[in-house]
Ligand binder design. Structure first.
Ligand code: SF4
Length: 369
């Protein structure tokens, strides 16, 4: 599929974990919304990825996918400016995952830091499965399917993109086509050179990580905001709930009494102000906290004001789709068709490169090469 206005292509996904929270917003969604006009964006709901850890109970997966989509639309993702789809609705991802799994050395997967980390930390699920070990291969298939230029990631996810690049290199090394004229300069980024033989034309470009800001967003208990800690503020929380959640939020532990001065740099509420409040409010917080001129209840009220200002327009946009969720599902189906067209072209190239196309080929003599 031709790329609109020759924009660079970006690919990113999110697991369908249900309603999204502010951490999801500042960590990814807000960046995605900004990227829509600069890049040719493909955003997908990674339902197969969810199965790599949550395979035992899939009863909520479809509902959760819809909730994520409602939040995407609420945050401002626009089907006229980006392609949104569900991973499992583009089954070509599974085929490419299978083919990549043939060439990916086991050691590469066992060395992925999150693999070890999660196997040790997640005790309540049996993650000793083939699917869980292979999830970076599925991720490589998701990314390379669209031959994207960039993958927006935080610093900690750069190794995942590097693994995808290694899989692309290895695939190109095995199946890239020799270029007849060795002086021919292939157009970047598809050209790769195998140092051991003639220049090759690669099937896959190597995507680059696009480092996006992922600011620290504390939950109500001061730890990283996460559904598993039960400390989230949801994008769908009504104003009264937001205010109530913030009232219970932990503050600078040294500020025990109203008369004790505090430090907004050591306070989770202070972190919220840095992300969401305007300069005037920030100045009031800094001055008032350090001089004990304001109380924490007042300060939390200002933080809640800032959050509500961001959440209100999102909730208004969401309402249209909540009232008629079919609209959101239709957008996903349309997006899946668009994604499928690109995926078909890629898979045709892949099958040709690997000599596994469906069309008949006349037998060739053994030594014809
Ligand atoms: S005044 Fe605000 S920033 Fe200071 S400790 Fe209280 S809640 Fe935190």
């Amino acid at each position: 599929m031709p790329r609109p206005n020759s924009k660079k292509r970006v690919l990113s996904g999110m697991r369908p974990t249900g309603k999204l929270h502010l951490g999801n917003y500042v960590g990814a969604l807000d960046n995605w919304v900004r990227m829509q006009d600069t890049y040719d964006c493909f955003f997908f709901i990674a339902d197969w990825h969810a199965l790599t850890t949550d395979y035992a109970d899939t009863s909520r997966i479809k509902q959760n996918s819809l909730e994520v989509m409602l939040d995407w639309l609420a945050a401002g993702l626009d089907p006229a400016r980006c392609t949104m789809f569900i991973q499992s609705h583009v089954p070509q991802h599974a085929e490419l995952h299978l083919l990549f799994s043939m060439v990916t050395p086991l050691g590469w997967l066992e060395r992925v830091p999150t693999y070890k980390e999660q196997r040790e930390n997640i005790q309540e699920k049996d993650l000793g499965t083939y699917g869980f070990l292979g999830y970076p291969v599925l991720q490589a298939a998701d990314i390379l399917m669209y031959r994207g230029d960039f993958v927006p990631v935080g610093e900690d996810q750069v190794p995942h993109v590097e693994l995808t690049r290694e899989i692309a290199r290895r695939f190109n090394m095995f199946y890239g086509r020799p270029i007849a004229n060795p002086f021919y300069e292939p157009a970047a980024p598809f050209g790769v050179t195998d140092p051991l033989s003639a220049p090759l034309k690669g099937v896959f470009p190597e995507p680059q990580p696009l480092l996006t800001p992922s600011p620290k967003l504390p939950g109500t208990d001061g730890r990283k905001m996460s559904k598993s800690y039960g400390n989230t503020v949801l994008l769908t929380d009504p104003e009264a709930v937001v205010r109530q959640k913030l009232k219970t939020m932990v503050t600078d532990p040294k500020r025990v009494r109203r008369t004790d001065p505090g430090d907004p740099d050591l306070c989770a509420v202070g972190d919220l102000h840095k992300l969401f409040s305007d300069q005037a409010a920030l100045a009031k917080v800094n001055e008032g906290c350090r001089s004990a001129g304001i109380g924490c209840i007042e300060c939390k009220g200002w933080a809640a004001d800032a959050l509500v200002q961001i959440l209100n327009p999102m909730q208004e946009r969401r309402k249209k789709y909540e009232d008629n969720p079919r609209l959101a599902w239709d957008i996903l189906e349309e997006g899946s068709k668009r994604a499928s067209k690109v995926a078909d072209t890629t898979m045709q190239d892949v099958r040709e490169a690997m000599h596994i196309t469906a069309g008949y080929e006349a037998p060739r003599p053994e030594n014809a090469g």
